[in-house]
Design a protein around this ligand. Structure first.
Ligand SMILES: Nc1ncnc2c1ncn2[C@@H]1O[C@H](COP(=O)(O)OP(=O)(O)OP(=O)(O)O)[C@@H](O)[C@H]1O
Length: 252
């Protein structure tokens, strides 16, 4: 399996503001890694740098041994890095199936596209199954529940065959049942992909995370199991400090 991510000595400075400082971050192929940290810790910036949206000031970002720094966003997608955003990217008036087909078309040859027009490709059918959307394939994406829409977005990444998926708060706003289904989906996806998930929900982490990376003010604060991270007084302080103003996010 491919999908090894190796970030070394990464610095990102915006107009004198240090968003990321000397960051080292390694994710092994097939790992399901959670990335946490208070608001402004640098989580989204890290994903933005990996995907080529933001330019690093210094350091290196290697994916399967290839340097990503300096490459354009679409080139990084072609190397097998896919991401979701906090805001939705589905086409509401298109069906679930059409959204998946459109996403798949980014990497298909014209011949494969012609063939796909004649029916549902085996790959898209497989992704519908994995994401639990088979029954909803012909429904417009606009009628999906919040959870179903998130699964569609993950499906739209999967049909592009990334080896690394970067997911930004995929369970935010989901019901408990939807979160559980998403947790199982992430575990399934991680059997064949490397997955990095930004997530704040500690209950969700306790259930589904094995390794967690904690960022704080642009630096790596702690890395380890959920239990290690939760037991670390520095992590507790960072979250307790914040939890007074944001009670909905539980202390780590
Ligand atoms: N383009 C930019 N220009 C200037 N500052 C930026 C830019 N992008 C991010 N920042 C700053 O960098 C810091 C890190 O932001 P980032 O969005 O990465 O944090 P985060 O950990 O994802 O937070 P949240 O949980 O709120 O999404 C913040 O202080 C933010 O204001």
């Amino acid at each position: 399996m491919t999908g090894r991510l190796e970030v070394r000595g990464l610095n990102v400075v915006f107009d004198g503001f240090h968003a990321l400082t000397d960051l080292d971050f390694t994710v092994q192929p097939g790992e399901l890694r959670f990335l946490i940290g208070p608001n402004g810790a640098g989580k989204t910036t890290l994903i933005d740098v990996i995907t080529g949206r933001v330019r690093a000031t210094s350091g290196s970002v290697r994916f399967n041994g290839t340097e990503l720094r300096g490459r354009r966003e679409h080139a990084i997608v072609r190397l097998g890095v896919g991401r979701t955003f906090q805001t939705s990217v589905v086409f509401e008036e298109l069906s679930v199936l059409e959204n998946l087909d459109l996403a798949a078309s980014f990497r298909r040859s014209p011949l494969a596209l012609l063939r796909a027009r004649r029916g549902v490709s085996a790959e898209v059918a497989g992704v519908l199954e994995t994401t639990g959307l088979t029954e909803l394939a012909d429904r417009p994406a606009g009628v999906l529940s919040h959870g179903q829409r998130q699964w569609l977005e993950i499906g739209m990444l999967l049909v592009q065959r990334p080896s690394l998926l970067l997911l930004d708060e995929p369970v935010a706003g989901m019901s408990r049942a939807e979160r559980e289904r998403t947790g199982r989906l992430l575990q399934t996806v991680a059997k064949e992909h490397t997955v990095v998930v930004i997530e704040h929900d500690m209950e969700f982490l306790r259930r589904y995370a094995s390794q967690v990376t904690v960022l704080h003010e642009g630096r790596l604060l702690r890395e380890g199991s959920v239990a290690d991270v939760q037991a670390d007084p520095r992590v507790r302080e960072v979250y307790l400090g914040r939890s007074r103003s944001e009670p909905e996010r539980e202390p780590a």
